[in-house]
Design a protein around this ligand. Structure first.
Ligand SMILES: Cc1cc2nc3c(=O)[nH]c(=O)nc-3n(C[C@H](O)[C@H](O)[C@H](O)COP(=O)(O)O)c2cc1C
Length: 358
């Protein structure tokens, strides 16, 4: 076992408005906006907005992001200092061209507190992006922390060497895209914690856990495995502030037995013609009509056609509901504030239960 000299409260130091345990929402592209992220920050967590994957000079995603961040600063009022906007932006990085020139300028302009990078074609591709952010940061007027989501120990090692501040360790219970080959948090997280603890950067890097966490019990388990804080995606979809359609929230609430109700595969992207992720990634979603038809022998062409026809008619029964195995535990839509408060309370109860047993 590695030495237990964990960095003391780095996250609290970096994000002073936050309460403990440290909770962030995942930057789920298309399902996160100022309202959701602002509510998470106001409730004592760190709110993230999905910033996109297109970084060209005419990128609509970047233009929208710019507008949203102006709106977010106005909405957050006094929580936002002139120096930092207490929100993070997540980017999908498998086509990084233009990131340095176009995305960094917007992040700097709004002085966002955190940048989150995920899903590069090769881990090495993050190096120039991180360097570009650090270069601007070194001018001294923008204090930003860099988060990189990793699903393997090798990816964590590379990100650590590239100088990240926060490793978001993503286990295979996670909803949405993830490493096709990986492990659950139960074994991945302690191995990454040991890696960090044995490195020269042990006292300057924080670890967050993502994948299957939906309540205080999962939160305490993740902290026990070596995390400094938690990230939730699926749980935040079923909140009143999340911009996801109601039908998606209802599917999450209705699902039980998460390991059976969801499946991790590249098929979800094939059915909805979004199979653009590099081959080391797949995605977990609720098993739906398209997947069942495919299992019964229907061809991809037929399924894609039926998907497109349904979409054109505004019928969302075939929509992919990206979700993690935690769906079985989620049974109602709550406000972000209620969710964060309840996790903090449940975490105390879970700790007391653990203490009784050891
Ligand atoms: C609907 C949905 C969309 C997601 N979109 C993104 C994304 O755009 N970028 C990203 O880095 N991760 C994305 N993820 C994965 C999350 O970062 C995170 O790893 C995951 O939500 C954690 O597992 P959980 O959903 O069980 O909480 C998404 C997850 C979901 C459920």
């Amino acid at each position: 076992m590695a030495p237990t000299s964990f960095p003391e409260r780095l996250l609290k130091q970096w994000f002073p408005h936050t309460t403990t345990p440290f909770i962030a929402n995942a930057p789920m592209l298309g399902f996160t906006d100022c309202r959701l992220a602002g509510a998470v920050t106001r409730a004592g967590g760190l709110g993230f907005i999905g910033g996109g994957f297109e970084f060209g000079p005419e990128s609509t995603q970047l233009k929208n992001l710019d507008t949203r961040l102006t709106q977010a600063r106005a909405e957050l009022g006094t929580i936002a200092s002139t120096r930092t906007l207490p929100l993070g932006i997540g980017f999908i990085t498998f086509t990084p061209t233009g990131f340095e020139e176009n995305a960094v300028a917007i992040l700097e302009k709004h002085r966002v507190a955190a940048v989150w990078l995920s899903f590069p074609k090769s881990d090495a591709d993050h190096q120039p992006l991180i360097e570009a952010i650090r270069k601007v940061q070194s001018k001294g007027h923008w204090d930003v922390k860099i988060f990189v989501q990793v699903g393997t120990v090798q990816a964590a090692k590379e990100a650590l060497e590239q100088g990240v501040d926060v490793l978001v360790v993503q286990g295979v219970d996670a909803g949405g895209h993830q490493w096709a080959q990986g492990a659950s948090l139960m074994s991945l997280l302690p191995e990454v914690r040991d890696l960090v603890a044995n490195s020269a950067r042990a006292n300057e890097v924080a670890i967050m856990a993502a994948g299957g966490i939906v309540d205080g019990r999962g939160c305490v388990a993740a902290l026990g495995l070596g995390a400094d804080g938690i990230v939730m995606g699926t749980r935040f979809i079923a909140t009143s502030e999340c911009p996801a359609p109601l039908s998606m929230k209802e599917s999450i609430i209705a699902a039980t037995d998460g390991g059976v109700a969801t499946v991790k595969t590249t098929r979800h992207d094939i059915f909805q013609s979004t199979d653009v992720f590099p081959r080391q990634y797949d995605g977990r979603a609720i098993i739906g009509i398209s997947y069942n038809e495919s299992q019964s022998g229907a061809s991809d062409e037929d399924i894609i056609q039926r998907y497109n026809e349904a979409k054109e008619k505004g019928d969302d029964q075939r929509r992919t509901v990206w979700a993690g195995t935690g769906v079985g535990i989620i049974d109602k839509i709550v406000s972000v504030e209620e969710l964060i408060k309840s996790i903090q309370q449940e975490a105390n109860l879970a700790v007391a239960r653990v203490m009784e047993r050891i």
